[in-house]
Design a binder for this molecule. Sequence first.
Ligand code: PLP
Ligand code: ZN
Length: 466
Amino acid sequence: MTLTETAFQKCISPSCGAVFEVDDVLVTCRQCGDLLDVVYDWNRSQPPDSLRQFERDWRNRTDPLCFSGVWRFHSLLPFALREQVVTIGEGQTLLQPADSVGNYVGLNADRLFLQYEGLNPSGSFKDNGMSAAFTHARMIGARRAACASTGNTSASLAMYCAVTRRMQAIIFVGSGKISYGKLAQALDYGALTVQISGDFDDAMARVQEVSKKLGIYLVNSVNPFRLEGQKTIMFRVLEALRWEIPDWIIVPGGNLGNSSAFGKAFAELHALGLIDRIPRLAVINAAGANTLHELYEVRGVRWGAGKETDEAIDSYYQQLDDEQRKASTIASAIEINRPVNLRKCLRALDVCNGVVRQVTDQAILDAKAQVGAGGIGCEPASAASVAGARQLREEGLISQNDRVVCILTGHLLKDPNATIAYHTTDQQEFNRVLGNRGVQSAAFANRAVAVANDPDAIIKAIQLYS
Ligand SMILES: *Cc1c(COP(=O)(O)O)cnc(C)c1O
Ligand SMILES: [Zn+2]
């Protein structure tokens, strides 16, 4: 059987629903311009009878597809033939019980889990999706691939290009907006790095224009194949919970690819009869980049309201332009005002009875310090999930006995500046990096002890502080 009989691309607009071949290179619907889904004819593609089947594959892990945390679930994202898959062992990530962080959030013991996606080869969850997009790019014979990025997508793309030697990476970044950890990766892995004078939203607009003109394969999260890879984060969470469904999945919201992918994953598992319940989804915005929160919670915008939804979104974007409002948060990975997957995320919130919250940079950094003190370091954007969990717990929407999974999207070392500034004893440095963000205190700072270059003084200090 050929692939074109089992997998398709389909416009998400209920009033359009146009269908395209899986090996068509599109970023949006050719008929109406809406986003695309990868959809499957499950009657032909042989989905699993039970999720437990996946446990068997681990025994065959000398096969790279069984080793990969993405491609072990190939039968739930069967858009490529096994021999077409590009994998470098992504998705070996960890669902970690985290009672100290759970205590901070306000949950009982054994109730909070951190899904640590910082363990991916490039240090963020983006590798899950990049492996899938790269596989599609290979299927259609692309030679160059591009993305706009707040940093982690470009690090991931640069890594896949360098390791597999299959494509040239071209990355678009806003000026001054990318953290050094991430920029260092892109440069070291040899990506052609184009620094635009503008912010992420500008870089996003330019990369779409330019890629179209030059025929470059686009791997931004508007690319529907990336989201197929990101579905597997949820498969791994369920697997680690022995296929039990948690009460809450909590994820930071930037371009809203992850939240969209999670909603799709649960909708598909449910439709296939592989799960009998869908967890609730909480998407957490930074207060300085809160488009989803504003639209969903304040203006009541919902999926499926047709023209009304479009008009509400358009008028909000117009307002952002009129007020010249730019996204601003220490959590650079979610510093985005025009999330490209907005409409898919609204659909995911509908599927998962979801909620959206916004958290301040102060709350993000405090939560991040708690995560770090628990032994798993994350970058600021990741900690939005924990800060959001705490807020929802305070509101009483999450109860103390709920089973909660927070996604930690990226590794601590991606953005050491924010961490060092939080823990510093140097008030000037604190103000320079964090003060202009409205961050005033560092309740959980672990400050270095300054001491003279003298053994007695050092011994005294250790005795005093240990
Ligand atoms: C990309 C990214 C996000 C945002 O994820 P979306 O899928 O764009 O909402 C959050 N945290 C980190 C570390 C990221 O790299
Ligand atoms: Zn369409």
